[in-house]
Design a protein around this ligand. Structure first.
Ligand code: ATP
Ligand code: MG
Ligand code: MG
Ligand code: MG
Length: 339
């Protein structure tokens, strides 16, 4: 009997469009002889209902008795065997949807509440990974209220790190809201931008002048495996949104040309991070590597990485012998095994 899968896509974050691209690929790839797939797009405003149904629910209160409320159907154990929350960023990759699905008792692809929430927040991630002994850049936290009331303190924290530095919303992805700040004169604009998107902002020392960027895929629950290591190369100051999503601006190299011991260290650190953060199902773990010094620093963990057929995560497992459609099938199996 076919498994009924709810594929959630879009969502309320700055990565709505990226999620739709990922979902189109997954929708085509889930084998139809095994899965009955229902895609549901969540609008940027967070609406799960067509307008007519919402109106009816408001007027009659029928929503409490079922009807066509998508959220209710998703929350009904009879509705779906598993959910694939193919959402990136806040309200999707951050434990919120995962909490809803956990309450509803429906298995879902990927990390649970804890792993999703901690991995989404770059500050929490750094704290947990530091306690697991994983090398990372120096960093400082700032919250919006401090930037409003005591900006000089925030500027002093930046000065401690030195320039250039990176300013990022703590909970986002696809490089949305990230600035490379070359000197103090550029700091205010970078902080204003980051705080327009998040209450929490992280300031980071640069990993190196021009670090190599390595990424590795992790697949599994309590016995996860690591893919070969991939590398991204691009001609830009850093891997910003435009470089990420404009065709031809970046190239992927799989496996990354690296000494065997470095590649092995990347994979081991990624598995340690995956376990330390209590991730499940999948994650793409990103690193900076400085050839000159040999420094290898973990940048971040993405619990729902970009998932088009040309995205890094599926390409990494393709290099390991798992086709795109075998990979999405495996992810659904892992969701069903999780409990
Ligand atoms: P993703 O789309 O992978 O989720 P993200 O929005 O979470 O990305 P980061 O990966 O933290 O953002 O940063 C985006 C890019 O900015 C990196 O790939 C890298 O090019 C650059 N970058 C970020 N932090 C640093 C740093 N500390 N030192 C050097 N480069 C950095
Ligand atoms: Mg990220
Ligand atoms: Mg991301
Ligand atoms: Mg990244």
């Amino acid at each position: 009997v076919k498994k009924r899968i709810l594929l959630l896509a879009g969502g309320q974050s700055g990565e709505h469009e990226v999620s739709l691209r990922s979902a189109r690929s997954v929708l085509r790839a889930l084998p139809r002889d095994q899965f009955d797939v229902t895609p549901v797009v969540i609008s940027p405003q967070g609406r799960w209902l067509p307008p007519g149904d919402t109106q009816r629910a408001l007027e009659t209160g029928e929503a409490q008795r079922g009807g066509d409320l998508v959220l209710h159907r998703a929350a009904s154990a009879e509705g779906y065997d598993a959910v694939f929350p193919l959402l990136h960023g806040p309200m999707g990759e951050d434990g919120t949807i995962q909490g809803l699905l956990t309450l509803a008792g429906i298995p879902f692809v990927g990390s649970g509440v804890l792993g999703s929430a901690v991995s989404m927040d770059k500050v929490m991630t750094k704290q947990v990974l530091a306690s697991a002994g994983i090398p990372q850049v120096a960093w400082r936290l700032a919250v919006r209220r401090e930037w409003q009331d005591r900006p000089e303190e925030v500027c002093a924290r930046a000065a401690e790190l030195g320039y250039p530095l990176f300013v990022k919303p703590a909970n986002l992805g696809s490089s949305v809201g990230i600035s490379k700040v070359n000197h103090p004169g550029e700091l205010e604009r970078a902080l204003d931008l980051a705080f327009s998107l998040d209450r929490r902002v992280i300031l980071e020392a640069v990993a190196a002048h021009k670090p190599r960027e390595l990424e590795v895929g992790i697949l599994g629950n309590d016995a996860p495996i690591a893919s070969p290591v991939g590398e991204l190369r691009f001609d830009a100051d850093f891997y910003d949104y435009e470089t990420k999503y404009t065709e031809g601006r970046a190239t992927m190299h799989i496996p990354a040309p690296l000494p065997a011991d470095i590649a092995e260290r990347v994979r081991t650190l990624a598995l340690t991070a995956f376990r330390a953060l209590d991730c499940a199902g999948l994650a793409r773990v990103d690193f900076f590597y400085d050839e000159q010094t040999g420094d290898l620093l973990l940048n971040e963990v993405n619990t729902m990485p970009g998932f088009t057929t040309t995205s890094m995560y599926p390409k990494l497992f393709e290099a390991a012998g798992l086709s795109y459609s075998e990979l999405v099938t495996r992810l659904v199996e892992l969701a069903l095994e999780k409990r």
